[in-house]
Design a protein around this ligand. Structure first.
Ligand SMILES: [Zn+2]
Length: 401
């Protein structure tokens, strides 16, 4: 039998169930009102993350491709006979039925540097290391396909090299006589990092095309040899700190654009701001900017350099130094605007080699700009001075087994 309390219970139960149901409903509404935007937000974030990871996927693919290209490259090869880490090839020189003489650049300076060192008994001709020519795959480690394709047009090559007559020549001839020598010099700069790692230093008697970046050439620079050299070194030596010391008279806007915002590369650029390329965007990416005005003479220049090297020493500890040693800082150079004596150039090079030697950092030197007939003599004298000061050894020991 049911007690009165039991009866009450029976009457109360439906009410309780209803109120629970109502509570559930309102909780669900509340949940949907407050939580669904959150879920929606999470969904959108997930989708946006997914889409951003899809857009970053090509970047990763590009990095994988870059590594594969470097692995496949023939530019790093082992030296098995006695050599000196001085790199040169007779293919460096641009001989074009005299057309090359229309450019103020002495396009046989590389051969003349080698000639002075050998004829005066400082270097054995068989001890020079001859590099391979950089292949299209090697160049794609840094360059875009679109840029390399643009070189199939002689007009573009004429603009980059600043030799207008090239514009009317068939492209195969331009490739053979102009681009191929440049590619050989690129092969030399890339190989120089390997030799410098093994031997402490290396000089490419060419290269230093510091106005060219991955997608743009200019100022006689068709390929970005410095950027290429650094990317090969990053991968082959698993290093992550490289210093570029750019002492050519012109600003090195090519490598500056290529390593814009890249903390692995420290750029010390000492240049005349009153001359080409006036690249204000690239100037933002110079870690240490030293501007030397038109008319600066040897003493003032070398004091600025001492100061700059002290600052660089305190700011960054590189595992490799790329030294862009243009000689267009020479007094009388028609483009550089500076008044540095030949002896001043030798002292400049000595300071940079000492900077590297004191801290045991491998150093790659490239010869870059230098537009007078006397430039070759000045570069050769500077190399002889480095040897006399025992900062480099020109006797062919390297590679002896
Ligand atoms: Zn220059």
């Amino acid at each position: 039998m049911l007690s009165p309390h039991s009866h009450m219970k029976i009457r109360v139960m439906p009410k309780t169930t209803e109120s629970i149901r109502n509570l559930c409903k309102s909780t669900l509404y509340l949940f949907l009102t407050f939580v669904s935007p959150f879920i929606l937000y999470r969904c959108i974030r997930f989708l946006s993350m997914y889409s951003s990871s899809s857009t970053s996927a090509p970047k990763t693919d590009a990095e994988i491709l870059r590594r594969k290209r470097i692995e496949k490259s023939k530019l790093y090869f082992d030296i098995t006979t006695p050599k000196v880490p001085i790199i040169y090839s007779s293919y460096y020189d641009i001989r074009f039925f005299g057309i090359e003489k229309l450019h103020p650049f002495d396009s046989s300076k590389w051969d003349r540097i080698r000639g002075f060192l050998i004829s005066e008994g400082h270097l054995d001709k068989n001890s020079i290391v001859e590099p391979f020519e950089a292949s299209t795959d090697d160049l794609l480690v840094v360059h875009t396909e679109a840029y390399l394709n643009s070189l199939n047009n002689s007009v573009n090559v004429a603009m980059i090299t600043e030799v207008p007559p090239l514009a009317i020549l068939p492209n195969w001839l331009v490739r053979m006589k102009v681009l191929s020598p440049f590619r050989r010099q690129v092969g030399g700069t890339i190989l120089a990092a390997k030799l410098a790692k093994e031997q402490g230093w290396a000089i490419n008697v060419g290269g230093g095309f510091h106005h060219c970046s991955s997608g743009r050439g200019g100022g006689f620079c068709a390929y970005a040899d410095i950027s290429l050299c650094i990317h090969f070194a990053f991968f082959r030596f698993t290093i992550s700190r490289v210093m570029i010391i750019d002492l050519d008279a012109h600003q090195g806007n090519g490598h500056e654009m290529d390593f814009a915002g890249d903390g692995r590369v420290y750029i010390l650029d000492m240049y005349n701001p009153d001359i080409y390329p006036f690249d204000l965007t690239a100037r933002n990416y110079i870690k240490q900017k030293v501007e030397v005005a038109t008319g600066t003479t040897t003493d003032g220049y070398l004091k600025e350099l001492d100061k700059a090297l002290r600052v660089a020493r305190d700011n960054f500890a590189p595992e490799l130094i790329i030294y862009n040693a243009g000689t267009d800082i020479l007094d009388g150079d028609p483009l550089g605007g500076l008044k540095i004596s030949p002896d001043g150039v030798a002292q400049r090079d000595e300071k940079v080699f000492r900077f590297a030697r004191e801290r045991n950092i491998p150093l790659v030197m490239v010869t870059s700009g230098g537009y007078m007939k006397t430039s070759a003599r000045v570069v050769a004298d500077s190399i002889i001075n480095l040897s006399r000061k025992r900062l480099i050894d020109l006797s062919p020991r390297y590679g002896r087994r």
